[in-house]
Ligand binder design. Sequence first.
Ligand SMILES: Nc1ncnc2c1ncn2[C@@H]1O[C@H](COP(=O)(O)OP(=O)(O)OP(=O)(O)O)[C@@H](O)[C@H]1O
Length: 369
Amino acid sequence: MLVRIDRLHLRDFRNIAELELQPGEHVNIIHGDNAQGKTNLIEAVWLLTGAKSFRGGRDADLVRFGAACASVEAAFFRDGREQTADLAFGAGVKKRARLNEIPLPSGAGLAGVFCAVVFSPAHLSLAQDGPSERRRFADGCICQLSPRYIALLSDYSRTLLQRNTLLKDIAYAPSLLDTLDVWDERLAELGALICRNRAEYVARLAALAGEIYAGISAGRERFAARYAPGGAPEGLARGEYRAWLLEALRRARADDLRAGATSVGPHRDDIELSVDGLSLRGFGSQGQQRSAVLALKLAESRLAEQMLGERPVILLDDVMSELDGGRRDYLLNHLDGSQVFITCCDRQSFDSLQGGREFELKAGALCPA
Ligand SMILES: Nc1ncnc2c1ncn2[C@@H]1O[C@H](COP(=O)(O)OP(=O)(O)OP(=O)(O)O)[C@@H](O)[C@H]1O
C-alpha cells in the first residue's frame, strides 16, 4: 500500500513563513533558483518520520529567524486511512509531536508511522566517508522497521560505554580486572544480535540495490554491498559470531586496556560498497557514487514495502546533478508509482517525465501555478 501526503502545511519553518501544499499522488517536482527553500521543504517532510534532520543542527535552527515557533502539519494516507501528524519546535521549548491530534511523548513516537526515504547530497557521505556513516545508515533503516532494534542499539551503546569506562578504571584499580569478563559476555551477546540484524538487512538490501544500479547504469556496471563484521569470517550464525566476538575481545584485551577503548565489535564494522569489484570510496567517480547511494535509497524503499507492506514516500533533493541523461531517465521512470518529492533548479532535467505535478518556490513561498 502506498503512503502518501495529501496536504502539507508549514509555518515559520526555516525561510518559509507559510506554505500550504497539496501534492500529487506520484511525482512532485519542486523547482526554483538556489536558496529559495526547496531543501527546507524536503527537510520538513522528512521530520514527520520522527527522525532528526538529515542536515544535523538543533531544533531551534528550524524556526524562521525572528519567529518564536515553527510548525509542520500533514494529512497523510497510511494503513488504508487518512491520518494527521504535526510537529512544533521553538527555541528553549521541547519539541511537540502529535499523531491524529493525540500528543506523543517525543518526536521519535512518529517513527514507523509515517515512512519515507530521503536522498540529499549530504547522503553522499555514505559512499565517501568512513564506516560510521554506513553503520548509521543500516541502523537507521532497521530502526524504521523494528522498534525493538532501537532498544537493542541503545543497550549495546550503554554496555560499550561501561566496558570502556572499566578499561580506564582498571589502570588505577587492577582488582577490577575480574569484572571485565561479565562485560565481555554481555557485549558479545548484544553484538551478535546487532551483527545478525545488520548482516541480514544488508544482504536483502544489496540484492535489490544491485538490480536498481544495473538499471541505472544500463547494465554496464555491477554494484555490490556486503556487511563486513570486523575480522570475523563471513556467514557465521549468531551463536558462532558470539563465540568469535568473545574470543576476539579476549585476544584484544591487552591492547584495549592500554587504549582504554574496545577495539572489536559491531561498533567497528563496515558495509563494503563496490562497483565492478573496486571500492566505491577509493575509486568511484562522482556519478557512480551518486548512482550507488541512490540505488541503496531506492532499495531501502522497496525493502520497507516488502517488510511493512507500505510503500514509503521518496524524497529526492538535488538528485539529478552529475547524472548523465540515461541515468536520469532510468531514475525518473523507475520510481515504482511511489509518491515522490524531487527538487531541482533546472526544470528541464524533467522533460522526459510523463505526468507529475510541479511547484515553483521563490523566497520560501509557492509561486502561483
Ligand atoms: N531558520 C531559518 N530562518 C530563515 N531562513 C533560513 C533558516 N534556515 C535556513 N534559512 C535559509 O533558507 C534558504 C533556503 O535554503 P534551502 O537549502 O532550502 O535552499 P534550496 O532552494 O534547496 O537551494 P539550493 O538549490 O541552493 O540547494 C537559505 O538561504 C538559508 O539561509
